[in-house]
Write a protein that binds this ligand. Structure first.
Ligand code: CMP
Length: 205
């Protein structure tokens, strides 16, 4: 089912990393096939191991992507905000979800289903290149994280997590240079691979 293309949606999609620099026609096609879907706060959008049918373009709110390790502890891989997209990996090679996605607050998304996604990456090299770039960025992020998280000093790990959140726009500075962190100490602990108490201690120093 295709929908009427609104200029706003097309303009929004033009800023999504998957469609940066893509031809008008690619944006028109994408805008005509994506389906809106909203989720209430703390909803499991999909779970690690689920079959993947669509990727998600985030238009409002934040999403947490996490995995549970063998010891049963949650490790947050990343927190995304608009205009990021997620859920592309399971569509590549028709595999399962590599992580669980949960909404942090109410969120709005657009779903791009596998068939449409495949047609877009096959037809438009820019979209395909953008996809590769995003995957490379995520790989680089994981390499950096593996290095930093091997530090024993929890303060260093918490500092790294805060810096990464700042760089990705999740943490904003006000005009006085104070940071607004819309995440709990537990969220930060899951990102830094440490306990909530350790985060609280690290932030007090
Ligand atoms: P998919 O495997 O379909 O579902 C989980 C999604 O989480 C995955 O696609 C990516 O979009 C995203 N994801 C997985 N690992 C990472 C990571 N290390 N950094 C950022 N996003 C990730």
């Amino acid at each position: 089912m295709t929908q009427v293309v609104t200029p706003n949606l097309k303009n929004f999609l033009a800023n999504v990393p998957l469609f940066k620099g893509a031809p008008e026609r690619a944006l028109e096609v994408a805008a005509s096939v994506v389906q809106p879907r909203n989720y209430e706060s703390e909803t499991v959008i999909f779970q690690e191991g689920d079959k993947g049918e669509a990727l998600y373009i985030l238009t409002a709110g934040m999403v947490k992507l996490s995995k549970v390790d063998l010891g049963g502890y949650e490790k947050t891989l990343t927190i995304l905000q608009p205009p990021e997209f997620f859920g592309e990996m399971a569509l590549l090679g028709n595999t399962t979800r590599s992580a669980t996605a949960i909404s942090l607050g109410n969120i709005q998304t657009y779903l791009l289903f596998a068939d449409d996604f495949n047609k877009l990456i096959q037809t438009y090299p820019t979209v395909s290149l953008n996809l590769t770039t995003t995957l490379a960025q995520r790989l680089r992020g994981m390499d950096d994280e593996a290095q930093i998280l091997s530090y024993k000093d929890a303060q260093v790990r918490v500092a790294f997590v805060l810096l990464r959140l700042y760089r990705s726009g999740v943490i904003e500075l006000d005009k006085n240079g104070f940071a607004t962190v819309k995440l709990t100490h537990q969220d930060l602990a899951n990102l830094a691979g440490t306990s909530r108490e350790t985060v609280t201690r690290a932030l007090k120093v």
